[in-house]
Structure formats: C-alpha cells, structure tokens
Design a protein around this ligand. Structure first.
Ligand code: ZN
Length: 274
C-alpha cells in the first residue's frame, strides 16, 4: 500500500523520468477488479488523457498526482505504479495504462483495493486529497514541535497511539504500514492512551515519526513495497508479517502481533510495554 514514503519515492521517480513525455495511448479499466475505484467513467479517460504532456508529479500524503496539460491523474492505497521501457514486456493485467511518446508505458495495477482519479486541475473534491494538501507533512519544517504540541492538545485523553497516528487523517499518508516501526522506535504500545504518555515520551514519539519516515523515504521506500521500476524498497521494515516471531533488533524478544482497529499491529512486548 502506498503510504507517505512510497508516495514521495514514486513522485520523485516519475518527475525524473516522464516529465515532458506525452501520452499517445491510454487504456483504462481494461481488466475487471472489484475493489478498483475510478472517478467518473474510466472509458472517458483515453479522451481526457491522450495528447497530454506530463508537467510534474507531486505527492500528497499517501497519494501520487501526475500533472499533465489540462488534466491530472491521482492514485492511492493499493495502486502499484510501474514504468516499463519500450523494449520491456508490458504485463497484460492493469487498471490504467499510459503509453508515452518515448515508447515507454506507465501502468497502474491495483493490489487488494485502490483508487484512480482523472480530473481537470482544481476539480477533485475527494476529502483525502483536500486534507493532504491542507496539513503539513512530517517531512516539512512546518511539522515542528509547536505543531505537534497543538495536534496533541486537540485530542481526547482516551485516544490510543494507533488511533492518534493512523486514523482520521491527522497525519495524511501515515497508515498502518509505517505505523509499526514508528511506535517501536518510540517505545510505545499501539493501545497506550494519550493520557498515560509522559512529556518525554511525547517528544520521543515526535522524533520517531520524523526519523522513521525520513529513513523510509531516503532509502527508496519500505522493504515490503516496490518502486516505479519494480525494485524492493531499501528500508528494512523491523516490525511486519515477515518479522513476526523473529527477535526484536533492539532486545531480542520475539515480535508478536494482534488485530487492532482494522488492521494487524506488530509489537515488541519488551520495548513497547502495554
Ligand atoms: Zn525489543
């Protein structure tokens, strides 16, 4: 799933590779997918996109926006983006395919579930898109300790750490995937309530958010995800399905997991006491 670090990696890779290239052919919704969501009628996408030149690519939270002349493409959640060279074989299954004048093809395939939006600039009123444009990302200087303090003070005392970080779009693009290593680095249990967090822990969590997300972005995304060229991300995820029951890198206690708030969470019972 695309979260903050992967959105930044995709956007930067797209900016460097397809800016200035032109869409000469488009196929949308060519393969049925029950959990692929499209804005409007995807059969109109070819008319909207063919002839468009790529101007830029911008990450918004966990969303990636490709900006073309007069039209934008936005993808998120389980959308997987891949750029194929002209001499590579393009996989037949995809939810959106853009053949470019350079001969390359940009393909979007939806894993599990995900959305594709195609729209004229400034006409997308999707709430996730709007909120991601309004709030500062943890990569920015605007996401500083003053901002963190205000965010914290606005919450109810019985809110859990997972609810604080990964629900209600308080920090757009921070989801259940990147959450695990952030809480592990902060030494906090996902169920721990806001009211039980000390001032020092609050500061440590702020640092863990910034540090963990930056490491993930700077190393090309998480090891559980792939980039625009199909390469696995260089950030080794410490707590995930693959490391379940493996020793914690900090204390060697086996990693455990449980279901909590619509997703599985992974913890080190020693480093993150409940
Ligand atoms: Zn540990």
């Amino acid at each position: 799933m695309i979260e903050l670090p992967e959105a930044y990696v995709y956007a930067e890779q797209l900016r460097q590779t397809v800016t200035g290239d032109q869409v000469v052919h488009c196929e949308a919704a060519a393969h049925p997918h029950k959990l692929a969501f499209y804005s409007g009628d995807p059969h109109q996408y070819p008319d909207m996109l063919q002839g468009g030149t790529v101007l830029d690519c911008v990450p918004w939270g966990g969303l990636v926006e490709l900006q073309l002349t007069g039209v934008n493409v936005l993808v998120g959640d389980g959308a997987r983006l891949r750029l194929y060279e002209h001499d590579e074989e393009f996989p037949a299954k995809h939810q959106l395919k853009l053949v470019l004048a350079s001969g390359r093809a940009l393909q979007v395939s939806i894993q599990m579930y995900g959305g594709i939006w195609v729209y004229a600039p400034n006409t997308n009123d999707n709430p996730y898109y709007i909120v991601a444009q309004e709030k500062p990302t943890p990569f920015s200087d605007a996401f500083n300790s003053d901002y963190w303090e205000r965010l914290w003070q606005a919450q109810k005392p019985n809110l859990s750490m997972k609810a604080l970080l990964a629900t209600e779009q308080r920090i757009p693009g921070l989801g259940n995937g990147v959450l695990q290593d952030i809480l592990w680095r902060a030494g906090l249990h996902p169920k721990k309530k806001l009211s039980r967090i000390t001032s020092a822990e609050r500061q440590k969590l702020f640092g863990a958010i910034k540090q963990t997300l930056s490491l993930m972005r700077d190393q090309g995304g998480r090891s559980t995800e792939q980039d625009l060229f199909g390469r696995t991300g260089g950030y080794p995820v410490q707590l995930c399905a693959k490391t379940l029951a493996q020793p914690c890198p900090a204390c060697s206690t086996p990693i455990t997991a449980f279901a909590y708030m619509g997703g599985r969470v992974y913890v080190c019972p020693h480093c993150q006491p409940e």
